[in-house]
Write a new protein. Structure first.
Lengths: 299, 292
């Protein structure tokens, strides 16, 4: 009975499925299948020339027990994600919240200023000039002039400065889609809630933010979190462009740069797949965890 | 003063719970952070106008003293020297980003309509798969994607860049969220008039979600604009503008001026697009929230 009714419902909705087909065929080929393949190949040795050879957990064992560069890049990625993820998330929220107090062209202008870095493509290479290792670099120039430094520091080639500098640049770049979602979300909060809140004894804007605004825009908060988390685990371009690959003592190596190294340079697809699978688990796992936390906002 | 206030601040609502001290503090914070954000972009703009001697100057100055368009004429001269005619690179970029934009907007909208407005078995699973796909970045899938693209024999063709771009998750997600708020009565009355679902999609739904598809187009453009295509494209005749620009600007000190002009062009194009469509983008993003 149930079978026939399901078949009936599928047949009745066949137009819906036809409409879905083009997108989901491609989605299957370029998203679902790659994830499945990634998990499958992570248990094999595969160089794209010979047939893949099943080797069990060996790739993972090598990753976590023998590959020091992977461990270092994993550590860097965790540091970058744990710092830039939450910080950029709160910056997005803070700036969106302040921008919401303005109106008209000033509001549009501020939105543009904060959002522009995230869409300026590879223009972040301008940071190469700021962080340049000679006296012509802006940072060195200013610090030398102020007498804080005696000689130019080669910022991106000095191990201890690499990660902090990458964090700064990444934060600059990170007010993206989540930020727009917050700005738009703040506009949709029902204004009468604020007046009702004032009557109910909400005294200042901070209480208003916590008890009224944030719970009202929880859906946007969830969306923004997904954007910021995914972005902060995927940091690679900034490191490749500013610190180089390999960076000095692998100080700027991230899981993604390591993945690129094995996937597109060495063509060790099995090993690269294992790295990709670890990254997949990290990203999806932390997203799920944060979604759980965000359900409690305003409670 | 009072007049200036109403010009910059929202006049009526939100006057509850606002102290002057708080306003001042947040305003100052905003100015400082705004300056920090905009400074590198100011440098991009100034650098492209600097003559070579100002680019290498100690102590470095942010603002240009004797602005010149020399860097751009240098860039154009270098463009004319390229091995493949430069217009070819521009054409390639138009085909690749244009194909990715149009393909994605059409295909994602077509799939978003039934997900938003029809009820059929498997709907929730399909949509949660798309949401899940937004939780990891394309870097995870790029290695196997490379294999799939070589198996499909679309390596070294425009399709290698266009097809994966058509199936990004975010566009479908935004489009579905936006379509959900269209009133059902709109489609019902069209059905009563005898329109079929395809006609409803094309004639009723699409015109009503114009802000959303403009937004999708912009986001897609931002994604694809920066792509040098170097993983998939081998033939020089197929490579996009970004690739050519990078080749030109990667000439070290001698090309510093042209490189500054390149950086400016790379940043200016997507920012201009956003500037033009900001209203539509924000309207679309109001529905971007994730329901639990």
């Amino acid at each position: 009975m149930k079978e026939s009714s399901l078949a009936f419902r599928i047949r009745r909705n066949k137009t819906s499925y036809f409409m879905l087909a083009p997108y989901f065929v491609m989605f299957f080929f370029f998203t679902v299948l790659p994830v499945v393949m990634s998990i499958f190949f992570s248990f094999t040795y595969y160089n794209m020339l010979e047939m893949p050879e099943f080797i069990g957990w060996k790739n993972y064992i090598k990753l976590f027990l023998e590959d020091d560069i992977f461990l270092k890049s994993l550590k860097n990625t965790m540091v970058l994600a744990v710092v830039t993820g939450p910080v950029s998330y709160f910056l997005c929220l803070l700036f969106a919240w302040i921008i919401n107090e303005f109106k008209g062209w000033l509001r549009a202008f501020l939105t543009l200023i904060f959002y522009a870095p995230s869409i300026c493509g590879n223009a972040f290479v301008v940071w190469n000039l700021i962080l340049s290792g000679d006296r012509y670099g802006y940072l060195n120039g200013i610090l030398l002039k102020l007498g804080i430094l005696d000689e130019a520091v080669i910022w991106m080639k000095t191990e201890k400065y690499v990660l902090p500098m990458l964090i700064v640049v990444q934060l600059w770049l990170s007010l993206g889609t989540g930020f727009l979602s917050f700005i738009a979300g703040l506009q949709t909060v029902d204004k009468s809630l604020y007046e009702a809140g004032a009557i109910d004894g909400i005294k200042n804007r901070w209480q208003e933010l916590w008890y009224i605004t944030l719970p009202a825009m929880r859906p946007q908060l969830m969306f923004g979190a997904v954007m910021q988390i995914t972005q902060s685990f995927a940091i690679a371009d900034v490191s490749l462009q500013l610190a180089g690959n390999p960076s000095v003592n692998y100080a700027g190596a991230t899981v993604v740069t390591h993945l690129l190294d094995y996937g597109t340079v060495r063509f060790e697809m099995g090993y690269a797949s294992a790295i990709a699978t670890v990254l997949f688990i990290l990203m999806v796992g932390s997203n799920k965890l944060v979604q759980k936390l965000l359900r409690r906002v305003g409670e | 003063m009072a007049k200036a206030r109403t010009r910059f601040f929202k006049p009526r609502e939100k006057r509850v719970n606002r102290s002057m001290a708080g306003n001042t503090m947040l305003f100052v914070l905003m100015v400082i952070c705004g300056l920090a954000m905009v400074l590198p972009l100011v440098m991009v703009i100034n650098n492209c106008l600097k003559p070579l001697d100002e680019l290498f100057q100690f102590p470095p100055r942010i603002f240009v003293k004797n602005p010149t368009l020399e860097n751009f004429s240098d860039l154009f001269r270098l463009m004319n020297d390229s091995w493949v005619p430069f217009s070819r690179y521009i054409l390639n970029t138009i085909i690749i980003t244009g194909g990715g934009m149009v393909g994605h907007v059409l295909i994602a909208s077509l799939a978003a309509y039934p997900l938003a407005k029809h009820d059929f078995p498997g709907k929730n699973i399909l949509f949660s798969m798309v949401v899940l796909s937004m939780m990891f970045s394309w870097t995870v899938t790029q290695t196997p994607q490379y294999m799939i693209i070589s198996w499909l024999h679309i390596n070294n063709s425009y399709l290698a860049l266009i097809l994966p771009a058509c199936s990004f998750g975010m566009g479908l997600y935004l489009m579905k969220q936006f379509m959900e708020q269209l009133p059902d009565s709109l489609m019902e009355s069209a059905r009563l008039d005898g329109a079929n679902e395809w006609q409803i999609f094309w004639k009723i739904v699409m015109p009503n979600v114009k802000p959303a598809w403009l937004t999708l187009a912009i986001f897609q453009f931002q994604q694809m604009w920066g792509n040098t295509g170097s993983t998939f494209l081998r033939d020089e005749e197929l490579k996009p503008l970004q690739y050519a620009l990078f080749q030109i600007s990667a000439g070290g000190t001698a090309r510093a001026g042209a490189a500054a002009a390149v950086t400016f062009i790379i940043a200016a194009v997507p920012i201009t697009f956003f500037l033009i469509c900001q209203k539509n983008v924000l309207e679309t993003m109001t529905t971007s929230g994730m329901k639990e």
